[in-house]
Design a protein around this ligand. Structure first.
Ligand code: ARG
Length: 588
């Protein structure tokens, strides 16, 4: 329908035009995919790079063309008439450069302002996806690695949701390991009335874990009881189930407090959830001749790996891999997900490579990596401290996430007070702004670099108000809001009454960048790289700064148009913030 056409991004609109041109230019070569990309040269906004490839297919044959540049010329001549193109030119070995029409650009931006930013949502070929992220382990530390997973996973979920994918946000909590025998026994031992031992009584669950581990390692009697306790728990004995539920509940409350502060939604389906599905899943894999015996264990041998994937341990117990196989089965068959995305540190890459490969051999996942159903591992690097070693506290303890968020917030609050906001704002405004800036800074610092690299956690860096930081971006956004406020104009009225014009080169450059928002989100989704969106956002603020320093807004003849450009910039910035899980600030 025409509606769907309206929602295509610029790149795809151009690709469609070029597809026609390519067919007309060389009818003998069929199914050539148009190669269209945004470019930054002064000759064009987008470029089509098909001429060389086409030439290599037709040279030597009877052809009217003398070389790639001539093919490029013909492609250009054969482009259908379109109101989105202002002019074209051919450069070098046949690149066809396209300059977009300023009028069309201005109208598109204005239409977005009227229809809302959702009109620029990308379209993805997926209906439902699982994003498996955060996934800490009960009673063990929720460490900075889990923070990374939480932040990256949330952004991926938000970008997919914006792209109209139905997302199942799954917290694959580690709630079913052998450590529970130890924890349960320790609970019984420490509290005679253990059924009443609540969060207040048990206190810090990580401490509790450490103490029980000490007992486990030093007392053989305790160890034996703990090992029996696992069997009784897994056998479903009521007393043990009850103790387990109690321990999980305490952890859950602690996790939820962190999620709430970060504004992250998650639905817990822990490892224990998939346990009942494992036997049938392994039976299916066995019937497909994938599982075999090896030294008392049941394993899957996979090409390209020098170790097998163990799916039943030699003691008969299930493990991390058996659970993940059952989870894939469940997500595909019960939840009808087409794309499963797992966010963990890169250390788990081999585990996922093996599990996905097994699922492909079982015929569950497509063997074509570009087709669905598909599973993707989103790996990330370590968080390092200022000393470039693993991020720890001074007493080399694991850093508590709650403490980390507290510090980010309090540092921001101090800065705001130093800037005199303490007199100007209410306590509530101070608190909310400090949270928005502080938590946003922690998230952005994590998201802005390529996730596969390690990153150094530094409050000083992330809270700097200059450079590529969330603080800088928050200021940039707040400044735009203040320009609009101070103009005294009713922006809603301008949206429908006024018109955008992009006559100045810096207006046009800003406009072009705004129009590329949808393509960038699509790329970030397809490649699961949130840093692509961060880079876009940072560049947007740079384009705005250039525009603002060279084009007078308030009081100029172009005031209406320029205020609308300000509003469009703020709108796109806010959507970027939202997708990155950052709460925008309107005044600073
Ligand atoms: N609990 C695991 C950990 O802390 C992460 C789980 C990731 N998800 C999964 N389906 N395996 O390392």
């Amino acid at each position: 329908s025409t509606m769907a056409n309206e929602e295509e991004n610029v790149k795809r609109k151009l690709a469609k035009l070029f597809e026609v041109a390519l067919k007309v230019t060389v009818p003998s070569v069929v199914d050539v995919e148009p190669l269209v990309a945004a470019c930054t040269g002064k000759f064009g906004d987008y470029q089509c790079n098909n001429a060389m490839g086409l030439w290599s297919k037709i040279k030597g044959k009877e052809t009217e063309f003398k070389g790639p540049p001539a093919v490029g010329q013909a492609i250009m001549r054969n482009l259908p008439q379109s109101d989105i193109i202002e002019s074209c030119s051919v450069a070098g070995p046949g690149f066809v450069n396209v300059k977009l029409s300023r009028n069309w650009m201005a109208q598109s931006i204005q239409r977005m302002l009227i229809d809302g930013i959702d009109a620029w949502a990308p379209r993805l070929p997926v209906r439902r996806a699982v994003v498996d992220f955060s996934s800490p382990n009960i009673a063990k530390e929720m460490h900075v690695g889990h923070l990374r997973s939480t932040i990256i996973g949330d952004t991926i979920a938000r970008m997919l949701e914006f792209s109209r994918v139905e997302v199942l946000r799954r917290n694959h909590v580690g709630d079913w390991g052998t450590q529970f025998g130890m924890l349960i026994e320790f609970l019984f031992e420490k509290f005679s009335n253990w059924e009443d031992a609540n969060e207040a009584a048990i206190g810090d669950l990580q401490e509790f874990y450490k103490e029980s581990k000490k007992r486990f390692d030093s007392d053989p009697d305790f160890k034996e009881r703990a090992q029996k306790a696992v069997v009784r728990l897994q056998g479903g004995e009521q007393k043990y189930r009850k103790a387990w539920t109690q321990i999980c509940e305490i952890s859950r409350n602690e996790f939820n407090r962190v999620y709430q502060r970060l504004g992250v939604q998650l639905e817990e389906k822990g490892e224990s959830f998939y346990n009942p599905y494992i036997p049938a899943v392994l039976e299916e894999l066995t019937s497909k001749n994938l599982v075999e015996d090896s030294q008392g264990a049941r394993v899957i041998f996979l090409e390209g790996f020098n170790i097998p994937l163990i799916v039943v341990k030699s003691d008969g117990g299930y493990n991390y891999a058996s659970t993940d196989l059952a989870a894939i089965w469940y997500r595909l068959n019960e939840e009808k997900a087409e794309w499963m995305i797992y966010v963990t540190d890169v250390g788990q890459q081999q585990h996922f490579d093996m599990v996905f490969k097994a699922a492909k051999r079982a015929g569950w996942l497509s063997t074509d990596d570009n087709a669905y159903p598909k599973a993707s591992h989103v790996g990330f690097g370590l968080v390092l401290g200022d000393d470039k070693k693993r991020f720890r506290t001074r007493s080399s303890e694991v850093v508590r996430l709650a403490d980390l968020l507290d510090e980010a917030k309090s540092r921001c609050k101090t800065t705001l007070i130093e800037r005199g906001k303490g007199d100007e704002w209410t306590e509530e405004e101070l608190e909310q702004t400090a949270e928005a800036i502080g938590y946003g800074a922690v998230k952005y610092a994590d998201l802005k670099s390529n996730r596969l690299t390690n990153y150094t956690f530094s409050f000083d860096q992330m809270l700097n108000d200059k450079g590529n930081t969330a603080v800088y971006l928050q200021y940039a956004h707040a400044r735009i809001c203040s320009i609009i406020r101070k103009s005294g104009k009713d922006i809603e009225e301008l949206k429908s009454m006024g018109a955008i014009v992009l006559d100045h080169a810096d207006e046009r450059a800003l406009g072009l960048h705004l129009l590329q928002f949808s393509e960038v989100v699509e790329e970030a989704c397809t490649n699961l790289l949130p840093n692509v969106l961060c880079e876009y956002l940072y560049n947007l603020s740079e384009f705005f700064t250039t525009f603002y320093s060279n084009c007078q807004v308030v009081g100029s003849a172009e005031e209406t148009s320029r205020l609308l450009l300000c509003e469009a910039t703020a709108t796109v910035m806010r959507k970027c913030f939202y997708l990155l899980g950052i709460v925008p600030v309107y005044k600073i």
